[in-house]
Design a protein around this ligand. Structure first.
Ligand SMILES: [Zn+2]
Length: 463
């Protein structure tokens, strides 16, 4: 209820610290921020898959100290009352592109905008994503590693946004889905190589992964099949060999990276799973053999139904995509939802992911509605966006549930989302690492957020 008070306390602490430095040695150390007692009318335990009644989440700094049942009073804590809501762990979108957002001008923007333009816009997309309740994203490809800069800025508190685990640039082959020069005239197309994420041999694969390590990526994204929104002719042909994929995976494991594979076509999915990737993204034309292989290998599936629905709609509407892209969108778009339903029934592991950028950032929660339409139970879709996505990221110790020791990432939606999954689109409250970003449906003022950051304190020390 008192986000401004919280921030005011932090500002006061910073000012106290400033004067303490001047007046040393007698001054007291600044008081640590108070505990927060977050009182939720209901709480979803994503680990047990259960809806709990009234609960109190006790937060100490960035992490959850304990979860108590009922409206517990906590000595010395600042109370935040969340009435008539259901609290959930902060959501995780396993497939975003936070530095991109498609529009009817995208294909010509590529010739006008610089990487700094995309980076600045991404700060707005990041904030919208956080306000939609997504406190963590797996960012699976950008233009030129600008998502690494965005991640660093969010971690430093310079801008507000979700916690980002990013793949930096995607890795693919010449003329494939990762090759940004597809469709350009020869003198503009250049000859992108392993340093740019374009590989044509296992040796190139090692170079590309090691370059990502040097560049500061958190994971690897590969493009073993054609894709919809690039200006080449096929959305689903196989574009990487099994030895190339195996080399990527071997190199990635040296550095503790997971590997996400964009793949629409059945053969590309087969190669990626055999090659050892951690997840298949989109998976449009996944067949029974692919699903069996994925279960045998424990490969995750990230469906991105929202992107399929959106590109199908815009291709029909016209004015958004070049003709060959529109043709691919009409072929792929209508299939993904049914594939997701089949994969769920077959028992393939599913993590929530949307491909936000293809559609506007902040609309990520539409995916819940499409997943339920595809035949998945509401609780399963919520677990897909919390515990499952955390496992895919290999960060389940820190995120994915509301439990002692985990990051204090908590959101709230009105009513009961298990009865009406569309309520996931009406997030009223957002806390990330113990800081309130949205309350009673309204963003906490950006200016106040900026006051709590390290960068702001640097400026204060400068006068
Ligand atoms: Zn994508």
């Amino acid at each position: 209820m008192r986000p401004n008070l919280l921030n005011a306390n932090l500002i006061a602490a910073a000012i106290a610290a400033l004067f303490a430095a001047d007046a040393a040695p007698a001054a007291e150390a600044p008081a640590s921020p108070p505990l927060i007692a977050l009182h939720c009318a209901h709480l979803i335990d994503t680990e047990a898959g259960k809806l709990l009644g009234e609960s109190t989440i006790v937060i100490d700094g960035k992490r959850i100290k304990e979860v108590r049942s009922g409206h517990a009073s906590v000595a010395g804590a600042q109370d935040i009352e969340l009435k008539d809501v259901t609290c959930l762990p902060g959501l995780i979108d396993s497939h975003t592109h936070l530095t991109m957002q498609f529009s009817p001008s995208t294909y010509s923007d590529n010739f006008r905008l610089n990487i700094a333009d995309y980076a600045i816009r991404s700060t707005v997309y990041a904030r919208r994503t956080l306000m939609a309740g997504f406190t963590t994203v797996r960012n699976v490809a950008d233009y030129a590693n600008e998502s690494i800069a965005l991640r660093n800025a969010i971690n430093a508190g310079t801008v507000s946004g979700p916690r980002i685990y990013t793949a930096g640039k995607a890795i693919g082959s010449t003329g494939g889905h990762a090759d940004f020069s597809d469709g350009y005239r020869a003198d503009l197309a250049g000859n992108p190589n392993a340093k740019d994420g374009i590989i044509n041999s296992p040796e190139d694969a090692w170079k590309a992964v090691r370059q990502h390590y040097k560049d500061g990526a958190d994971l690897i994204k590969i493009m073993p099949s054609g894709g919809v929104l690039d200006e080449s002719s096929s959305a689903d042909n196989a574009q990487m060999t099994i030895p190339e994929i195996q080399a990527i995976v071997a190199a990635a494991h040296d550095y503790g990276f997971t590997v996400a594979a964009h793949a629409h076509g059945a053969e590309a999915i087969r190669r990626a799973v055999i090659g050892g990737v951690d997840s298949i993204e989109h998976g449009t034309f996944m067949n029974d053999e692919d699903m069996k292989l994925m279960k045998d290998h424990g490969t995750w599936y990230v469906p991105t139904i929202t992107a399929g629905k959106f590109v199908e709609e815009k291709a029909k509407q016209g004015g958004w995509y070049p003709p060959q892209v529109a043709a691919k969108a009409e072929k792929v778009g209508p299939i993904i939802q049914a594939t997701a339903g089949k994969a769920y029934k077959a028992g393939v592991k599913i993590a929530f992911g949307t491909d936000a950028a293809v559609f506007p950032h902040g609309d990520n929660a539409r995916e819940f509605v499409y997943m339920v339409q595809a035949g998945m139970p509401p609780m399963f879709t919520i677990q897909a966006a919390t515990t499952h996505a955390a496992q895919l990221l290999k960060h389940e110790k820190d995120i994915g549930s509301i439990a002692a020791g985990k990051f204090a990432d908590v959101i709230a939606v009105p009513g009961n989302p298990l009865d009406d999954i569309s309520l996931m689109q009406k997030v009223e409250f957002v806390m990330k690492e113990g800081v309130v970003y949205k309350q009673e449906g309204n963003p906490v003022a950006a200016a106040a957020q900026a006051e709590r950051t390290e960068s702001r304190r640097d400026i204060d020390y400068g006068f």
